[in-house]
Write a protein that binds this ligand. Structure first.
Ligand SMILES: [Zn+2]
Length: 993
């Protein structure tokens, strides 16, 4: 404790420089000696060390001192041996992991790891990439020195075991007996879960210097890789925020932003792969083929080892499921033997959606797993009291946590370090088993692709959304999937394949990934509540045509492996002065519009046929085009254009570039990040500001469009923001105490939301001709507070649609929001709410009556609903639904001639028949959303509110619906185009600027 306060502030730069210099000399000397020794004599046999290693007494004393409960320890971590050559955490940081009241910055952990590798031939350090904000993600490899010297050979052995098309069974068997499994530990992806990175400081040191047979066996038989902090941007912010609270005694700023785009969903990016951290880990998985990838989290008492309640993902090789259980039972039993309470498996996570970070291993036939540990703190918890639901004895929790315990950071360190050491040791002892499993999973993936349908998946290169199809192919290739192109046209069974079409062969090791991404999900409702999304079918989310091929002959057709990124061919046919670019809903069109922002572009208001080609409403028409200038853009974005002599005879309006305001809350920036990412990626500029600033008003003078993405929470909580309970303001900004905060936005006091004043300003903005775009909870918000009339929000109790892909039916293909879509319906991502009702639209069915029967559900009879995700707590009790019809009746009674509000224009809705709704995922009680609107466009004064109940920009996965939002932006002041109903007086569209 005293020690902690002594070194609480970091040493000065000059001191560190001198220290490092001295260290480097020492280490250089040591390395040379070590190498000499290594080459002069054979390394000592691992199991025969008998002389007890000298202990680091001070370190050992601190471990005991900081531990809050004597049951939370094992013989593996209750001491620390001394090393003459390798700097201990105590020497390097002046304190040990588990010291109360201290946290370590990612950059300092990296520095330590670098020093470890410099000090010992048993480790190697390298950087694997940078974050969005430019911070390093690193890797430390640990094994005995012979293995580290031969790292490339071991790496290559695993690469060979990955591809059964290139080696024989005999070669594989030989490799299984000479290769070593790689066990990659990752942590610090969830920034408020602070203990993993601290513990890994110590684990790395212990693995390198301890000389017990137990640790020697790990070093000899396993290559341990450690990435101590995955979310490096968020870690530095978390440490800033902690020390701000500690040093000022004031309330800590909540961790608003972790990385640039994602907060806790940063570990749900495995499929979408937007974030640099995901891309970096994926690249290393493809390079190293780790046998195990193990991610450390902090959300259960005291230690949950992942298996899962099921349902397990249908594409998993049974070996993968059995590995989960086999290894998890090791930790559960070994910790029970040591009398450590609260280590369990099964009852927390499901095992269904392949989007988590550790699934990057599973989709590549490796073994992915995780821990959830009782929080680190770093402050002490004198009485950690747990509810009965957590401490009950269950079949999967024979040694449950205690109802009350003294907790602290050293408890956290001890419990996860012990469990990890036990797992590493087990994999070391059973190394052939895990290597054989890895080989078999790869082999069986290829065999499956050769022996059963689908034998391949075909993505037509010339499909309508060809630029987005090319994007999807590039995304799949970045995840290691091999994609070919057809050398010539052929037919395989009933599938016509054109020359150049993309083919994903099923006879490749990563068939597992293809199968998981392309198959249709059916999550049985009778199972435990899903942990996250239930449906993710990639071609649905991206609205891409993809055909599974059931005819084996496709494998014998001539095709060529793609070796670099593909792009749809951009082309201009003809040579007139007017350029026509078909609106295909390819997202590249958005980049094209904004890259050529100064070029006047028109949107066709109707479908039309011109020179033999059918163009969809929304088609871009550029009169007097500077073709030479635009040609480069057309090619860059893979668009199809026609240069014609005369402008086609179709009604048009100008697509004026709007000035965009982008509103976030200070309560939750998780979901808005995905929307922001889409704008950034496609080059759409905007002004980013907090909802509090809405109160300043004058919005219409500054903006044409305001985008207000999902905030989550109730309408009341959205309006009020972070409560103003305490006496002190809560700043969120860059300062001497918090140098890592404030990267995206800052505030002197983040408490309070837009409040009534802000809401009024939003209303003024729209009435004066602005366009407001909302999604999810902010759509419910504008309905609940009557900014939009005629729409009520329902909360049907029996509806269950958790992260599913449902069918969205266009009801108004003439609306600019539907421009480019040539389908009657498209797959949309919907997550339970909001459910809208239009006041006069229908009678009965409101709120849905009677429990719905789910569609095509299979049922796992023995499953029992238990835990739910910590990010998925039940919302506050919903307010009683607003009965618009009753309200209107009452208004009529009171005021006679008052007319009901003009109903908003419905652009898209759910199908009428509940049996026609579910495309992938789960659905129950679909009656409650029968014909309920998914996209609404409401006239308010001179402006519009465009409300999405679906989530058009979900987690970098729903590229197929991005253009619903983009269309609203591009046509912001002509949204009434194509409207058939008679306009009312207050619905006149004005060009107010
Ligand atoms: Zn977590």
């Amino acid at each position: 404790m005293m020690r902690g306060s002594l070194i609480g502030s970091l040493p000065t730069r000059g001191f560190m420089k001198r220290f490092l210099l001295a260290l480097t000399f020492l280490l250089a000397f040591y390395s040379v000696t070590a190498l000499k020794n290594a080459s002069a004599e054979a390394p000592p046999p691992a199991q025969t060390t008998t002389a007890p290693q000298k202990l680091d007494d001070e370190y050992t004393k601190l471990i005991k001192e900081y531990l809050q409960d004597s049951r939370i320890t094992t013989e593996l971590v209750d001491h620390m041996p001394a090393s003459d050559s390798v700097p201990s955490p105590l020497k390097f940081f002046g304190r040990i992991p588990g010291t109360p009241g201290e946290l370590t910055y990612s950059k300092d952990i990296n520095r330590y790891y670098e020093a470890l590798a410099q000090a010992s031939p048993r480790a190697k350090f390298w950087k694997i990439g940078k974050s969005e904000e430019g911070r390093d993600q690193v890797l430390l490899a640990i094994a005995d020195e012979d293995t580290i010297k031969d790292l490339d050979r071991y790496k290559s052995a695993l690469a060979q075991l990955t591809d059964p098309r290139k080696i024989t069974e005999e070669q594989a068997q030989a490799l299984i007996h000479t290769a070593k499994p790689i066990y990659w530990i990752t942590s610090g992806i969830h920034s408020p879960e602070t203990g993993g990175p601290e513990m890994l400081i110590e684990l790395a040191y212990r693995l390198m210097i301890e000389e017990t047979p137990f640790i020697q066996s790990i070093r000899k038989n396993v290559i341990v890789l450690i990435t101590p902090v995955v979310e490096t941007d968020g870690r530095e912010k978390q440490v800033d925020s902690y020390y701000y609270g500690k040093k000022t005694g004031k309330q800590r700023p909540p961790l608003m932003y972790w990385g640039r785009y994602a907060a806790h969903d940063n570990n749900r990016d495995g499929m979408g792969q937007l974030l640099k951290l995901t891309q970096n880990i994926t690249r290393e998985v493809l390079d190293w083929h780790p046998t195990v990838l193990h991610d450390l989290h902090e959300a259960q008492s005291y230690l949950y080892v992942s298996t899962g309640t099921g349902p397990y993902n249908n594409s998993l090789d049974p070996i993968a499921v059995n590995e989960w259980w086999l290894l998890a039972e090791t930790e559960v039993m070994e910790m029970a033997k040591r009398g450590v309470p609260g280590v369990f498996t099964y009852g927390f996570y499901d095992g269904w959606v392949p989007n988590y970070l550790f699934w990057i291993a599973i989709t590549h036939n490796s073994f992915g797993r995780f821990y959830e540990v009782q929080g680190y703190g770093p402050d002490l918890v004198p009485d950690l009291h747990l509810p009965d639901s957590t401490t009950s004895r269950e079949w999967y929790r024979a040694n449950p946590p205690l109802s009350s315990i003294k907790w602290g950071p050293r408890n956290n360190t001890n419990i996860q370090e012990s469990a990890l050491l036990l797992a590493l040791h087990k994999v070391a002892e059973d190394r052939n088993l895990y290597l054989e499993d890895y080989w078999m999973k790869n082999k069986r993936a290829v065999d499956k692709g050769r022996s059963q349908a689908p034998y391949a998946w075909v993505v037509p290169a010339g499909q309508r959304r060809r630029a987005d199809a090319a994007d999807m192919i590039n995304a799949l290739r970045a995840q290691g999937l091999e994609v070919q192109t057809a050398d010539s046209a052929f037919k395989a069974g009933t599938t016509e394949v054109a020359a150049g079409d993309y083919i994903v062969r099923a006879d490749q090791p990563y068939r597992t990934l293809a199968d998981m991404y392309f198959s249709v999900q059916n999550y049985p409702v009778a199972n435990p509540r899903p942990y996250d999304d239930t449906g993710w079918t990639m071609q649905y989310m991206r609205n891409i045509t993809l055909t599974p091929v059931k005819d084996r002959s496709i494998l014998d057709q001539p095709m060529t492996l793609i070796s670099e990124a593909v792009r749809a061919p951009g082309r201009i046919d003809g040579n007139g002065g007017t350029l026509i670019i078909d609106h295909t809903t390819d997202n590249a069109l958005m980049s094209f519009r904004f890259k050529n922002a100064r070029t006047k572009m028109l949107a066709a208001e109707d479908d039309f046929e011109f020179q033999g080609h059918k163009f969809r409403a929304g088609t871009f028409i550029i009169p007097n085009a500077n073709i030479d200038t635009l040609r480069a853009s057309i090619q860059e974005f893979g668009l199809s254009a026609w240069a014609v002599a005369s402008t086609p005879a179709v009604k048009t309006h100008e697509m004026e570039i709007p000035r965009i305001g982008y509103v976030h809350s200070w309560q939750n920036t998780q979901d808005e990040g995905w929307v922001r990412a889409a704008l950034d990626h496609y080059g759409v500029p905007y002004k980013y500001f907090a909802d509090q600033k809405l109160r300043e008003g004058n919005l219409r003078a500054k903006y044409d469009v305001i985008i207000y993405p999902d905030v989550s929470g109730t309408s009341q909580s959205i309006l009020r923001g972070i409560p103003k309970g305490g006496p002190d303001p809560i700043p969120y900004k860059k300062s001497n105490l918090t140098p890592n905060l404030g990267a995206l936005d800052e505030s002197d006091d983040i408490r309070g939301g837009m409040e009534a004043e802000g809401l009024a300003e939003l209303a003024k903005f729209v009435r004066a001709g602005g366009t407001l775009i909302t999604e999810g909870s902010t759509s419910a918000f504008v309905a609940d507070y009557g900014l939009v009339g005629g729409v009520s929000v329902e909360h049907p109790a029996q509806l269950f649609a958790r992260g599913s892909i449902l069918r969205g039916q266009f009801t108004d293909l003439k609306s600019p929001i539907a421009y480019g879509y040539d389908q009657k319906d498209i797959p949309v991502y919907f997550n339970q709410d909001p459910v809208f009702a239009i006041a006069e639209a229908r009678s009965g069915g409101g709120g849905g009556s009677g429990g719905g029967t789910a569609l095509g559900q299979n049922v796992t009879p023995n499953a029992v609903p238990i835990h739910i995700s910590p990010y998925d707590q039940p919302a506050e009790p919903a307010p009683p639904p607003f009965d618009e019809a009753a309200y209107t009746r009452q208004m009529r009674r009171l005021y006679g001639g008052v007319q009901p509000d003009v109903a908003p224009r419905i652009i898209m809705q759910f199908p009428k028949d509940p049996n026609d709704m579910l495309l992938s995922g789960t659905l129950s009680g679909g009656q409650a959303i029968s014909e309920r609107p998914l996209v609404l466009d409401a006239n308010v004064g001179k402006g519009h509110v465009v409300m999405f109940a679906l989530r058009p920009f979900w987690r970098w996965q729903t590229q197929g619906t991005y253009f619903l939002g983009f269309n609203a932006i591009l046509n912001w002041n002509h949204l009434d185009a194509g409207k058939t109903e008679p306009k009312t007086a207050n619905a006149e569209v004005g060009k107010v600027k």
